[in-house]
Design a protein. Structure first.
Length: 335
């Protein structure tokens, strides 16, 4: 009869619905248990995570965490977007750009801040001795990242027009070789790649000044869907990072050894660079103001889709987990 479902079809429909329901429960089970998958950008900015992992703080707080290293925050964030990671570390600029569109990602904490994490490394043999010498030169960087934002800020500080240099967009793993091969004259890039570039050039490094043109916030980002079912585990992760922060402050030598082992660098070199970073879990208005500037910069430089506008960035941050773990670390207004 028209409009009626025959019994065989009805039976198949029930079986399909049951299968879908069971699959949904299975996915919820995965989300509700198991190790948290955390994509970590390789570098000194990730020291709290390295310390927490090496000292067993994650397990001590009752949460399993599996770290996967990436060459950049953008790669880590891509893993989060693609469902390959539950959390990721990245510079705040990645989230500022992402906030201009609908996103499943939210910042749960700033892990560290640094005005020296990104550096401009140049070759003396390219005729570079002072900032003004960069006019007409080729500068390599990674497009749509905090390194490009730093480069623009550095040039502006030294009264050099963007049109006066040639910016060459390269992958992070291409920069050092391109500089050594003289395909570019300078690089604007984060640590530890900046140190690798300096080591590659040796005595050919141009001693350019390092003004505090940009204070980078390195943040921990979570999928909103994860927080919906595992906020307690995220709080445990944050407590482990809080313990790691205390060790870094009280036993910097031990922290430097952990970092040197992770990055396969000389301990003395690592110890000298730790002072460039302020390892402190926080969520502050400064983070939001920096992201606001970056979003406006991205629109002005046409790095995002036409028509996108800067709205409130409070929606890009979820302070609830950190506020429950360390309320004194959060100075954002209550939602």
């Amino acid at each position: 009869m028209s409009g009626q479902i025959s019994r065989p079809r009805w039976g198949r429909l029930l079986r399909q619905l049951a299968a879908g329901w069971l699959a949904g429960l299975a996915l919820l089970g995965v989300a509700a248990g198991g190790d948290l998958r955390l994509a970590v950008s390789r570098g000194p900015v990730s020291l709290p995570l390295y310390v927490a992992d090496a000292k067993g703080y994650f397990n001590a707080e009752g949460v399993g965490v599996r770290l996967t290293e990436c060459n950049s925050g953008r790669q880590c964030f891509a893993q989060l977007e693609q469902g390959q990671a539950d959390l990721a570390t990245a510079a705040e600029l990645i989230i500022a750009l992402d906030s201009l569109k609908s996103s499943n990602a939210t910042i749960v904490a700033s892990l560290s801040s640094s005005a020296q994490q990104i550096k401009l490394v140049a070759r003396q043999s390219a005729g570079i001795a002072v900032p003004a010498d960069l006019r007409g030169k080729r500068i390599g960087t990674v497009a749509r990242t905090s390194a490009q934002f730093f480069l623009d800020s550095w040039l502006l500080y030294h009264d050099i027009e963007a049109a006066d240099v040639k910016v060459v967009a390269l992958g992070v793993d291409q920069l050092v070789d391109a500089l050594a091969a003289r395909r570019i004259d300078a690089v604007a890039i984060w640590e530890p790649v900046a140190a690798q570039a300096q080591a590659q050039l040796g005595r050919d490094v141009a001693p350019l000044p390092a003004p505090r043109v940009y204070n980078q916030h390195f943040v921990l980002v979570a999928a909103r869907s994860l927080l919906a079912v595992r906020e307690t585990d995220v709080q445990r992760l944050l407590r482990a990072l809080w313990r790691a922060e205390q060790l870094i402050a009280e036993r910097p030598g031990e922290a430097a050894e952990i970092l040197a082992s992770r990055l396969q660098q000389d301990v003395a070199q690592v110890k000298a660079s730790l002072g460039e970073h302020d390892f402190k879990l926080s969520l502050t208005p400064t983070l939001l103001s920096t992201m606001d500037s970056q979003a406006r910069w991205a629109i002005r430089e046409r790095l995002v889709e036409p028509g996108q506008r800067v709205g409130t960035l409070l929606g890009a941050v979820d302070p609830a987990p950190l506020r429950k773990v360390a309320p004194q670390a959060v100075s954002l207004p209550l939602p």
